[in-house]
Design a protein around this ligand. Structure first.
Ligand SMILES: [Zn+2]
Length: 269
């Protein structure tokens, strides 16, 4: 998300909006003010809060908020550049450039909100502190506050903002911690390792994304079932957990144990 923010910051403020929309009915989450209220206004740039991108207008009246969820993608198309035929959301600037949001698959989960600055502030207020640069001390407090499985806690934007399921996999692997370890049972050196892993993995991802790297180049654990662990060579394993697929190395992270699908084992009890 941070790479996106940096890439879009200059282009979106170059020209005022000429036409806002159309938007897919499931993508646009607000109707008042209408999207057309953006027309003729210029953005001040792009801000990021956790996984949300905020586009405040220069006049301080409106904020366009975009949440891509897992399958949404934002593209900036230069004037004349060909884009998707029916994006979930489209914004055209006065020079002919466009900002388009597309979403793979039939489920529309990404969202676009047009809000007043006050409502936008309320919308993002519940987010936890930014993951990047969190540090071991602050992380230790968050972990101690609530006994949760690490994969679930890392993904919770209210606890820590900015880590999705893919980076939870990368970070826990880097820290050599089980995705199912309980947050309150970590030793101090494990908390240190996790804090270091959050910083180094997110910084690595940011740098690669800024160079235009795709998922295959960025993720070393996520979506790599059966491929050798980059540290020890053990084939990577996978387990389903809370509607998410968790990838891990059974040698580096779980002491050789294969994790059981939590939902299934609960049913069989
Ligand atoms: Zn390994």
């Amino acid at each position: 998300m941070e790479a996106w923010r940096r890439a879009l910051d200059d282009p979106v403020r170059a020209f005022p909006v000429e036409k806002a929309g159309p938007a897919h009915v499931a993508t646009l989450k607000t109707f008042d003010p209408p999207l057309a209220a953006l027309e003729g206004r210029r953005f001040e740039g792009v801000e990021r809060r956790g996984k949300r991108l905020l586009f405040p207008t220069e006049d301080g009246e409106l904020v366009l908020l975009v949440h891509l969820m897992t399958a949404g993608r934002l593209r900036y198309l230069r004037p004349g550049e060909k884009g998707p035929k029916t994006p979930a959301f489209r914004l055209r600037f006065q020079d002919g450039a466009e900002l388009v949001l597309t979403e793979a698959g039939s489920k529309k989960r990404a969202g676009v909100w047009l809000l007043t600055p006050e409502l936008a502030e309320a919308e993002v207020a519940h987010l936890g502190p930014e993951a990047l640069g969190l540090g071991a001390e602050r992380l230790g407090e968050i972990l101690a506050a609530d006994s949760r499985r690490l994969h679930s806690l890392l993904r919770d934007q209210r606890a820590i903002a900015g880590i999705g399921r893919a980076w939870a996999n990368e970070i826990l692997h880097h820290a050599r911690l089980s995705p199912f370890a309980l947050s309150t049972q970590l030793e101090p050196d494990e908390v240190e390792r996790l804090a270091e892993a959050i910083d180094s993995e997110l910084a690595r991802g940011l740098e690669l994304r800024q160079r235009g790297a795709g998922d295959k180049q960025v993720y070393r654990v996520h979506n790599r079932l059966g491929e050798p662990c980059y540290l020890c060579g053990t084939p990577l394993a996978r387990v389903d957990y809370e509607e998410h697929t968790v990838y891990y190395c059974s040698r580096c992270q779980t002491g050789g144990r294969i994790l059981k699908d939590r939902r299934l084992s609960r049913l069989l009890k």
